[in-house]
Design a protein around this ligand. Structure first.
Ligand SMILES: [Zn+2]
Length: 212
């Protein structure tokens, strides 16, 4: 195992550390109700060429390091035993696009699911102090645009639509899939988790406002 991993330009220690981060994220988000019924998937960069990602169909509240799969940036698993998430391509496209990005989190919270069905092609967040959780935002007097894509079981087609949006909008911090959930990312797992928590808080604020 170690000989193979060494030729892949990441160490077993790196894999262990990143896998542990993914497991802890799964436990935490499951407790918050953000990844019900085996939904959601998380990934972390291992090197320029490889990513660790949660295996398909696992209960995120009972995740272990054995549920983590290594894939290349084309989404191909390093070992055939475990199947990576169906949405792996959405993760690897982000790693290819952003070389400094270290983690991607995809959740299916009730707030993200409900809001994404009420806002057409984009959600606009503005006037919130918590917008400062995102890189490059220094004041509440900012508008953050979160694009909303129609849900699609054809993942390569969905990925192309995301790419077409991100090409002219590289400063995006996350996107919603209608009736489905949120993708967000960051330079480190801690950054990605901060963005996820901020989005979830802001989504809840928006939903409360919708209810009047
Ligand atoms: Zn999903």
């Amino acid at each position: 195992m170690s000989a193979v991993v060494n030729t892949l330009n990441f160490t077993p220690e790196t894999l262990h550390k990143r896998a542990r981060e993914l497991v802890l994220a799964g436990w935490s988000f499951y407790d918050k109700g953000w990844v019900p019924a085996t939904s959601g998937n998380f990934s972390a960069r291992l090197s320029d060429d490889y990513v660790a990602i949660t295996a398909s169909g696992r209960n995120k509240g009972a995740l272990t390091e054995d549920d983590i799969v290594v894939v290349d940036l084309a989404g191909q698993p390093l070992h055939a035993e475990l199947k990576s998430s169906a949405e792996t391509l959405l993760h690897t496209a982000l790693y290819r696009r952003f070389p400094d990005m270290g983690a991607v989190l995809h959740t299916h919270s009730m707030n993200a699911t409900l809001l994404s069905r009420h806002h057409g092609s984009a959600l606009h967040l503005e006037g919130y102090e918590l917008l400062k959780a995102f890189p490059g935002v220094a004041t509440h007097d900012t508008q953050l645009v979160i694009p909303i894509f129609a849900n699609d079981q054809d993942i390569p087609r969905l990925q192309r639509r995301v790419d077409e949006y991100l090409d002219p909008h590289p400063a995006t911090h996350g996107y919603l899939i209608a009736g489905h959930g949120l993708y967000t990312w960051g330079a480190t797992m801690a950054d990605a988790r901060r963005h996820l928590e901020a989005f979830e808080f802001l989504f809840q604020c928006e939903l409360h406002q919708l209810k009047g």
